[in-house]
Design a protein around this ligand. Structure first.
Ligand code: HEC
Length: 463
């Protein structure tokens, strides 16, 4: 066999033809690897996955809206997307799926990296999509009633996380029904997360809802002490009706509103919104916050009000073994409960504090199928979402709901509040971040045929 070198081939081809071939090859390769530009490729990724938090008036440290904003942080953006630090979404998308899942695809991550390596070309402005709009005041529409904190809350500029129990009492003319409550941070740059409950008083049982303290530092008191100092009980010392998880807030989230006919609450004419936890992130300067709650009324009594099941700390099921984590160990705990009727699960919320590392929850059916609920491989204390399934998950009667949490109380855990590590435990519902909790909260309905086909995907907007 004879080998012909490339040189020989080129020598045999006339120079003009060679030049033409090179041009064609260049043209083909350009066309093949189309340049990645901000306008066409990067802006859509950033607007969809980053801008809900990185915008004026939200708690992220800088905006990611304009080309300049994004170009200025390009290297860091490449890094935090490659290691999946951003967007923050701890649930493992290979286990279960939720609405508003903030997860970049491998293709998105590669695209960002190539764009940054190629010095961030801008591209054709005609192809640039409009940045998403975030209405001020409400993301849902025009509220029927706005309840504001009675007095401004002063946040110390000591660069520390701060946690409070707060109440926003109210009187309205009549008992009514509501469809949704939307928490609106007053000082979005510091409010980091909120879980809210609704307290409803029977008229005759409470003279005034405006007595007691409005704010309690959760580092200093247990739930029970806090409730007493806030004068939450009725005048005779009994407890009023408390509807849990009526509103939740984390930066970048939209208040949960289930489809028409699902969810909703009764609202008594005397009551309070109890922010059973409001977490302010570290602030370098003193600030004042007046946050509020937008209330959206419902025309009629909720058809299918949601129910809540709480496993673990303060809940219906025991933690095994008891939640005590000795120093210098990594330890796993579980909790479980049997359900006695078919249910449809809408939303789940795993909860642990600073030592949390991993979390998994699933249901085991009587026919030994596993229904995955949620898995978190790298627990992130700062991002404790209420995760809503895209469609309701049916769990049949007789199933076991099982949750397991792993805690790292070694010096290797950068969030360990104690140096050297100390025994950390659950203490009678202590809310202190340096104590631990292990909770799994499930929002559900008694199952009805067809529930698994109802989409929970897009919130209904009130206009
Ligand atoms: C849910 C809100 C939220 C979303 C969505 C979000 N971020 Fe962030 N981002 C934050 C917050 C808050 C911080 C401050 C650090 C922290 O609290 O973890 C931050 C920090 C950062 C930082 C600084 C990291 C450092 O080491 O200083 C970069 C860069 C960043 N985000 C880029 C992005 C990009 C790119 C996206 C989209 C792909 C994104 N973020 C999506 C809230 C968000």
């Amino acid at each position: 066999m004879r080998f012909i070198s490339m040189n020989t081939i080129f020598k045999r081809i006339p120079a003009k033809v060679t030049a033409a071939l090179i041009v064609i090859t260049l043209f083909l390769s350009c066309n093949h690897e189309k340049e990645i530009t901000f306008c066409e490729n990067i802006a859509p990724i950033i607007f969809k996955n980053c801008t809900s938090c990185h915008r004026p008036g939200s708690d992220a440290p800088f905006d990611l809206v304009s080309y300049q904003d994004i170009k200025r942080r390009a290297k860091l953006i490449k890094e935090v997307t490659a290691n999946r630090f951003m967007p923050p979404f701890p649930a493992d998308p290979s286990y279960s799926h939720f609405t508003d899942e903030k997860v970049l695809t491998e293709a998105d991550i590669k695209m960002i990296a190539s764009w940054v390596e190629n010095h961030c070309p801008f591209g054709d402005s005609a192809k640039l999509p409009k940045p998403p709009a975030f209405p001020i005041g409400s993301q849902l529409g025009t509220p029927d009633l706005v309840l504001k904190m009675i007095e401004p809350h002063r946040i110390k500029g000591d660069n520390k996380d701060q946690f409070f129990l707060m109440k926003i009492p109210y009187n309205i003319p009549n008992d009514t029904f509501i469809r949704a409550i939307e928490f609106v941070p007053g000082t979005a740059k510091t409010v980091h997360h909120v879980n809210g409950q609704l307290i409803s008083y029977e008229d005759a049982k409470k003279r005034s809802v405006f007595t007691g303290k409005y704010t309690i530092n959760t580092d200093s008191f247990t739930h029970k002490q806090g409730f007493e100092l806030m004068d939450i009980p009725n005048d005779d010392g009994t407890y009023p009706l408390l509807t849990p998880s009526v509103t939740n807030y984390l930066p970048g989230t939209i208040a949960t509103v289930y489809p028409e006919g699902i969810g909703g609450y009764s609202m008594a004419k005397k009551g309070a919104i109890l922010l059973s936890e409001i977490h302010y992130g570290p602030s370098p300067i003193n600030r004042e916050d007046i946050s509020s709650c937008n209330i959206f009324f419902a025309a009629k009594k909720p058809l299918r009000p949601t129910l809540e099941m709480q496993l673990g700390t303060l809940g219906i099921s025991k933690i095994i073994p008891p939640l005590v984590i000795p120093p210098n160990v990594i330890k796993t705990f579980h909790t479980s409960t049997f359900i006695t009727r078919d249910i449809s699960v809408l939303t789940v919320n795993p909860h642990m504090h600073l030592l949390g590392k991993k979390f998994i929850a699933f249901a085991l059916t009587p026919s030994r199928d596993t229904i995955p609920l949620i898995r978190i491989n790298n627990w992130d204390f700062r991002w404790q979402y209420f995760y809503t399934f895209r469609k309701m998950i049916k769990i049949p009667a007789g199933s076991l709901i099982y949750a397991e949490g792993t805690y790292d109380n070694t010096a290797n855990n950068p969030l360990n509040p104690f140096h050297p590590p100390q025994t950390v435990a659950e203490k009678e519902g202590s809310m202190r971040v340096t104590d631990e909790m292990f909770q799994f909260i499930i929002t559900y309905l008694p199952y009805q045929i067809g529930d698994e086909t109802i989409s929970l995907e897009s919130p209904n907007i009130f206009h």
